[in-house]
Design a protein around this ligand. Structure first.
Ligand SMILES: C[S@@+](CC[C@H](N)C(=O)[O-])C[C@H]1O[C@@H](n2cnc3c(N)ncnc32)[C@H](O)[C@@H]1O
Length: 251
């Protein structure tokens, strides 16, 4: 299995939270899924609890699992502030072992893109199958690849975000450049940060999943795709859809 290379980017959960402060559009969708399929719920690659915490706040029993200590530290702090009891597990989505089965396992916000090779994907799906109840559901959300973004000029930088850091009050400007390797299907992205006078960069390399391929990977790993949505409004997936949201159950 290839090594996970996103660790430096996710070392400090504070950056992640500040950057995603306004991203909430997937929360109502996941609350609906929790209502529909009930708990216990496992969130794979839960990060700082951006989704885990609103789900727990509605009274669901949810466990968050992530490989990054920095993201989990921030998740624990965020949950403590809201007085929520959530079980956090530091583990790898490809090899985790929990002595429990779940009604719902979610793998949200393009996190599957961190699995760069077939062995990692197969191993993750095998672990999911071991932890899913017979009548449980597994939900993945991943963007639908946009060719224009993949073939951009690698020498150019494109805007990602600009905001005021809540602690230092410095302006944070994030831009990105990328090179797509069509054989590996990996988009090698660099995020360039400028915070006041400080400049640094992180790799955010993403495995690209084409729609028929993602379906095939799930089917060949023993899942039935019950539904495929193109957005959090549960619209049917089509060629213009921005998202691939797959609701799967065991074969
Ligand atoms: C885009 S963030 C998503 C966080 C959260 N689910 C959300 O929706 O805000 C991706 C997360 O994947 C985690 N991650 C990457 N590779 C992983 C692996 N092999 N096992 C567990 N977590 C992993 C990172 O540490 C990071 O927290």
């Amino acid at each position: 299995m290839k090594q996970i290379d996103s660790e430096p980017l996710y070392r400090d959960g504070r950056y992640y939270d500040n950057q995603h402060r306004n991203f909430k559009s997937d929360i109502p969708f996941y609350l609906d899924q929790a209502r529909k399929y009930s708990d216990p719920i496992l969130e794979l690659a839960c990060g700082t609890g951006r989704l885990t915490i609103p789900i727990a706040k509605e009274g669901y029993n949810i466990t968050g699992l992530d490989i990054s200590e920095g993201m989990l530290d921030k998740a624990k702090e965020n949950a403590r502030k809201k007085k929520l009891l959530i079980k956090w597990i530091r583990d790898d989505v490809r090899t985790f072992k929990i002595n429990k089965k779940f009604k719902l396992i979610i793998f949200p916000f393009n996190s599957i893109a961190h699995l760069h090779d077939l062995e990692s994907i197969d191993s993750c799906f095998a672990a999911v199958k071991k932890h899913l109840k017979d009548d449980g559901r597994f939900i993945i959300d991943m963007f639908n690849p946009n060719f224009k973004r993949l073939i951009r000029n690698p020498k150019k930088r494109f805007p990602v975000d600009k905001y005021t850091d809540p602690d230092s009050k410095a302006t944070v400007v994030i831009t990105e450049s990328n090179t797509y390797d069509a054989a590996e299907q990996i988009n090698y992205i660099t995020w360039h940060y400028k915070i006041g006078k400080k400049e640094f960069s992180y790799e955010l390399n993403m495995r690209i999943f084409f729609p028929q391929e993602l379906d095939s990977l799930l089917i060949h790993n023993g899942f039935i795709i019950e539904n495929k949505f193109g957005g959090f409004d549960c619209s049917k997936f089509n060629s213009k859809s921005e998202k691939q949201i797959l609701i799967c159950k065991l074969k």
